[in-house]
Design a protein around this ligand. Structure first.
Ligand SMILES: Cc1cc2nc3c(=O)[nH]c(=O)nc-3n(C[C@H](O)[C@H](O)[C@H](O)COP(=O)(O)OP(=O)(O)OC[C@H]3O[C@@H](n4cnc5c(N)ncnc54)[C@H](O)[C@@H]3O)c2cc1C
Length: 429
């Protein structure tokens, strides 16, 4: 048997022509689309799922971290994240929780967010959405990507565009376009979330009940493979909880077989957690599984190789960049002392530079979201959604500025990019 087959040559219909084509429709991709369309570009957005929002909707990950600096006194993030927060507040679909050094976080109802993203895209002229559409390949001529090839219900089709944004999380576009990327020796694990009902009874019987500690008993280790579980409220339905973090370790989710395994293993672990709760905790008999995500949340796969790789030190020290396009305050496992050894009570907020979004050698492709260029230790902090959202807005504005002057994306004037983002409502410092 041969390892490969030759497919028939075919003519691929062009489904749509636009200025900017975005691969991946999480909030990152949607915010890129909205930003570009508000600046006058004609946009297409391609999403593999049947809804927009990525991990925040299809994956059931329902927390946005603080929009303030670590002291909680100065707002550093606004833009479309803030617009969505206000829209969700009007629907009573979001709560704000005060929380120590990271100055609070928002919990939202993922289903309501899904609908708000639909509305945002529909209200804005100039955007053609493609759902249930999988980006399959890129056509490249003289270093310029000219078409994205998608597979959807209508078959294999092409979308022609002047500029492209890779917001697929996994770098599917940059990898097919042969732009440079790296992978770490081990990945942060993908994890399944779920909506479960009936934990309240357990909480009544065990006032200090914490699902992570309860399940982390060594007798369950083989069953749930060192998962980092936590639970949060399901906004709008008291009594139901979002369970986050049935981790599947040592998986590369840019590999199709490992992704398939991760989906099934994540679900098995969720069932197992419910069984453990039912069988071992007083009150647990009421626990029932209400809903599973339509896709497992993927933490990490490819990273674009860009002119600048953001380091743990830059996050820790809050390095300021002249081409900064986003600010962040969420830190996970980042050193509290500065690099001279002095312990800090509140670390400064950090920044994401434009240079970490543009793959080396790219002419008309920019990245946004978790695939931007970040080192291993900085990644867990940087990949949170409030940061990804801002990189989406920045990528949409950058591609539009390149379009306006008919230049390559790396050649845009970053002062003008920052000014544009500021005018559009982002906080650019
Ligand atoms: C279990 C878990 C818990 C987390 N908890 C939090 C949290 O509480 N708060 C927080 O802020 N962050 C959290 N994170 C991190 C955060 O969810 C991610 O870093 C963030 O969602 C990444 O956003 P993204 O847009 O880059 O990628 P994604 O959210 O993964 O979106 C990528 C989108 O691209 C689409 N796509 C991919 N490939 C293709 C293709 N070939 N064709 C078409 N579409 C494609 C996908 O369907 C998806 O919609 C968590 C992550 C995990 C795994």
């Amino acid at each position: 048997m041969s390892d490969t087959i030759r497919e028939k040559e075919r003519q691929t219909p062009v489904a749509h022509e636009c200025n900017i084509c975005i691969v991946g429709g999480s909030c990152t991709g949607v915010f890129a689309a909205i930003q570009a369309a508000r600046l006058g570009a004609k946009v297409a957005i391609i999403e593999n799922n049947g809804c927009f929002g990525g991990s925040a909707t299809a994956g059931l990950v329902n927390i946005w971290h603080s929009l303030y600096d670590p002291s909680g006194s100065k707002q550093i993030i606004r833009g479309l994240t803030w617009e969505l927060i206000e829209r969700l507040q009007k629907k009573s679909a979001l709560t704000f929780n005060e929380h120590g050094e990271n100055a609070g976080y928002y919990i939202f109802n993922s289903a309501e967010l899904m609908i708000e993203l639909d509305l945002l895209l529909t209200e804005q002229p100039g955007i053609r959405p493609f759902l249930h559409a999988r980006f399959a390949d890129a056509v490249v001529e003289n270093g310029w990507v000219t078409h994205a090839i998608i597979e959807d219900k209508s078959g294999r089709r092409a979308i022609k565009a002047d500029y492209f944004i890779d917001a697929s999380g996994d770098g599917d576009l940059i990898s097919r376009a042969k732009l440079p990327y790296t992978t770490n020796s081990s990945f942060q694990p993908p994890a399944a979330c779920a909506i479960i009902y009936g934990l309240a009874e357990i909480h009544k019987k065990y006032p200090d009940f914490n699902i992570h500690d309860a399940i982390r008993n060594s007798k369950y280790t083989d069953l749930i493979k060192n998962s980092l579980l936590c639970d949060s409220e399901l906004v709008g339905l008291p009594g139901a909880r979002i369970l986050t973090g049935a981790c599947v370790h040592d998986m590369d989710c840019s590999n199709a077989d490992q992704l398939t395994y991760s989906e099934m293993e994540g679900r098995r672990q969720i069932r197992t957690v419910c069984d453990i709760l039912k069988e071992n905790f007083e009150g647990g008999e009421k626990v029932s599984l209400v809903s599973l995500p339509s896709y497992i949340s993927i933490r990490e796969t490819r990273h674009a190789s860009c002119q600048h790789r953001i380091s743990e030190r830059e996050l820790s020290e809050g390095t300021r960049f002249p081409d900064a396009v986003a600010n962040g305050s969420y830190r996970e496992n980042i050193k509290k002392e500065n690099y001279d050894g002095e312990e800090k009570s509140a670390l400064p907020f950090y920044q994401i530079p434009f240079r970490s979004l543009v793959p080396n050698g790219s002419k008309n492709v920019i990245t946004a979201g978790r695939l931007i260029d970040v080192d291993k230790n900085a990644y867990n902090s940087l990949c949170v959604m409030v940061n990804c959202n801002q990189t989406g807005e920045a990528a949409g504005a950058a591609a539009t500025l390149a379009l306006d002057s008919s230049i390559e994306i790396p050649a845009i004037n970053t002062n003008k990019l920052r000014e544009t983002l500021r005018k559009e409502g982002s906080i650019i410092i």
